[in-house]
Every structure is written in C-alpha cells, then in structure tokens.
Write a protein that binds this ligand. Structure first.
Ligand code: ADP
Ligand code: MG
Length: 396
C-alpha cells in the first residue's frame, strides 16, 4: 500500500481525505466519538505538512438525498473541538458551497464536505455514475488519502473511484488497521480463537465458512447463537432466530467436527420475557429456554467457559457482542469476553462497531487490547479472507 509520504511535498496542496465519521448519534448528540479520534493522526499529519485538508465522510443512511437529519454538523463541531481549530462544514457535497469552502482554505486548515451519501452516485452500482461523482471530487483536491477504514470494503466514489483520478495513498489509520488485522488473520500464532456474536447470523456466515478452515477455536454468542442452538435441536423461545439459516448452520457444525475445530457454544443463557432494560431476567440451561422468553446474554457458566478457554489462545479475533450489552442486565457475557482478552497476553483484535463501543462503554482500558478496529464490515471481510476494493486500489 502506498503511504502518505509517497505523495511528496503537500504544502499548499488540496488533499482530499476519506474518513469514517459514521458515529452513533442520539438526539443529535454524538454518543461515541471513537471514530473521529481515530481519524486525528492522519488529519494532524496533513495539517502539519501545510496541506489544505478537505475531508469526505458519510453519516447514517440518507439514501442518496439531502436529509438534514444526517448532516455532518455535529461531527464538524466535535472534530473542531478535538483539533482545537475551527472546521468549516460545506453546505453541500460537491456543489457551489463545497467549491467556495475549499477555495477559502488556507494551509493547515481543515474543511468537511457535507455527507457524501446525500448524493446517490456515491454508492451507485453503475460505474459511470460513481466515476462522474469522483471527477467532481477530483476538482476539489490535488491528492487523495484513504483513511476511512470502516468503508474500504466498499466500491464507492469517495473510497475507490477517486483513488484512480488523483495521486492517492493510505492514511495512518488504514495502514495500522491492515497491519493488525493481517497479523490476526493471515498467519496467526496458535491456538487461534475467533469469537463471533452480534445480531445477524446471515451477515457473519461467510466469515464462519472461512474461519472453519483457519481457527482452532470458534466461540459463538450474541443473537446469532440461537440459530446454532436451534440447529442442535433446542427450543429457543422468543430469541432471535434465522430459520432459513438452520441448515447452513448444521453443515458448519458438522464441518467443525470433521476439521477438529473446537466450536464453543454457551451452555446457559440469560433470558427475559421481553427486550427491555428492566425486564426481569433469569438464567436457564440452553436445553430449557421457556417458550415465552428470549435469550439476551450468555449465562454465568458459559462466561466462565469462554473466559477459561480464551485464556489459552495466542491470537484472538472478536467480532460482535455476546449479549444485549446496552442493557446492564445483559452485559456480563460481553464483559467476560472483554476481560479475558484484556487480562490475557494474547494478540487480541476487536472488530465491529458495536463490539468496540461495548468495550469502551463497559469501561475497559483500550490499551489492554492489541487492536480495536474502527471497521465492522471491513474487518469482517478481512476475516473472511476477501480482497477489499478500497485497499486494492492503493496497492502498487
Ligand atoms: P458489531 O457491530 O460488533 O459487528 P452487530 O452489529 O452484529 O455487532 O450486533 C450488535 C448488536 O447485537 C448489539 O446491539 C446487541 O444488543 C445485539 N445483540 C447481542 N446479543 C443479542 C441477543 N441475544 N438478542 C438480540 N440482540 C442481541
Ligand atoms: Mg453493528
């Protein structure tokens, strides 16, 4: 991958940067600014180099139309606070306001274009449409730095097409992410354990297929575990269940056995009658989930089982919380996995937006993990062994 240094002297040059500022918002307030902080090293490096920095980013899913609810205004403000300098937000993405904003930039200043997904061409499946938008971006910059790790698996105008039009390079975050994730996926020190959780089994099936060929241990928790339990013949009550995936999951269970992969499923779960913070919770064995209850976390026996086995691993990749950690009553499973990695000396990588947020909100010291990825989908695709378009385009 080409590094920023390959772009030469950037003083006075307009440098487009794709960052991942897709932060969680609640009532217009940013609830976790981790992604903005992760973008700072590259932005600061460019500022110090005297570049005129033009940041492109998306927020949420405005579906290709201008929707003020998805304005990057809260991000511009937070970024300004973090770098301690004003950040101008253009009123549009590539229109008159964007052009004026960029023209007014001085060396070492940062401006932010409005949400790139306000323009339907950004995510179009039609190459010509994306390329047309990329040409409009190219008018706003002399070089391009790809630093939005969370989007490098996407073939989108501000990620992929722009990189072909102007001299381009990977930012510091992308370089760091790729190095850490390769270390945890390509030739991991063994035993190699992978922990998967979260809500959608179908999202993570591709990963399981690839990991069964690589991992020594595969731990399943979160909402997706109930499809595994159902595949084993257990009743799962009102728990999340993807019935159409049961057969695929059965095949994975068989494959794990054949390959000698230790597939670790919970033996007990925390259940409640409804999905709510204050729902009364009980612990039941996985073969006794009541019909009118739903599983919202792995139980205490499973937490110990997971933690003890994880402690023996030399490399751990973790994606997806073990339970509904947003509610205190169902956070213990996620906390137990986090603690095992935090206490252990293994090389540990955490991927997934919610998993990373969980580690932070549960109060763990981020420095006790080897790497916390800012990219959910991108880190999953690396686990899956896929080639990411936004990375391939930066290779020589
Ligand atoms: P990540 O962003 O880390 O990849 P996902 O987006 O796949 O993770 O899933 C995260 C969500 O899964 C969390 O909001 C969490 O509340 C939810 N979740 C975890 N366990 C369960 C469960 N048993 N039932 C329903 N939702 C769950
Ligand atoms: Mg998520």
């Amino acid at each position: 991958m080409r590094s920023i240094d390959t772009l030469g002297d950037l003083r006075g040059k307009r440098v487009l940067v794709r960052s991942d500022f897709n932060v969680p918002l609640k009532d217009g307030v940013i609830t976790d600014d981790g992604r903005i902080r992760a973008a700072l090293p590259t932005l600061e490096k460019l500022v110090q180099a005297g570049a005129k920095v033009v940041v492109m980013a998306h927020l949420g899913r405005p579906k290709g139309t201008v929707d003020p609810a998805f304005s990057l205004a809260p991000v511009a403000q937070r970024l300004g606070e973090l770098i301690d300098a004003p950040v101008t937000l253009a009123g549009d993405t590539v229109g008159d306001s964007a052009k004026e904003t960029v023209a007014a930039l001085e060396e070492g200043q940062i401006a932010l274009l409005e949400n790139v997904r306000f323009d339907a061409r950004e995510t179009s499946k039609v190459d010509e449409e994306r390329e047309e938008l990329a040409r409009a971006y190219a008018e706003l910059g002399d070089a391009f730095v790809s630093d939005g790790f969370g989007v490098v698996h996407r073939k989108q105008a501000s990620v992929y097409d722009i990189a072909k039009l102007v001299p381009s390079a990977a930012g510091l975050l992308v370089v760091n992410e790729i190095e850490s994730l390769r270390k945890a996926t390509e030739e991991p020190e063994r035993p190699y354990a992978v922990v998967l959780g979260g809500s959608k089994v179908s999202d993570k099936l591709g990963v399981i297929a690839n990991l069964l060929k690589k991992a020594d241990m595969l731990f399943i928790g979160g909402g997706m575990v109930f499809t595994f339990l159902a595949a084993q013949g257990h009743s799962v009550g009102k728990s999340l269940l993807e019935e159409d995936q049961i057969d695929t999951v059965k095949a994975y269970i068989d494959e794990a056995k054949e390959r000698g992969v230790d597939l670790v499923l919970p033996t007990d779960v925390v259940v409640a009658p409804e999905f709510a913070a204050n729902a009364p919770s009980t612990v039941v064995s996985v073969d006794a989930i009541p019909a009118d209850q739903m599983g919202l976390d792995i139980g205490p026996e499973s937490q110990k089982l997971f933690a003890d086995k994880l402690a023996t691993a030399k490399t751990v990749a973790w994606n997806g919380p073990m339970g509904v950690f947003e509610f205190e009553a169902f956070a213990a499973g996620t906390a137990a996995v986090a603690k095992a990695l935090s206490d252990g000396s293994m090389f540990s990588v955490i991927g997934g937006g919610d998993s990373a947020a969980a580690v932070r909100t549960l109060g763990f010291d981020e420095s006790t993990f080897s790497h916390i990825s800012t990219g959910g989908g991108a880190s999953l695709e690396l686990l899956e062994g896929k080639v990411l378009p936004g990375i391939a385009v930066l290779e020589d």
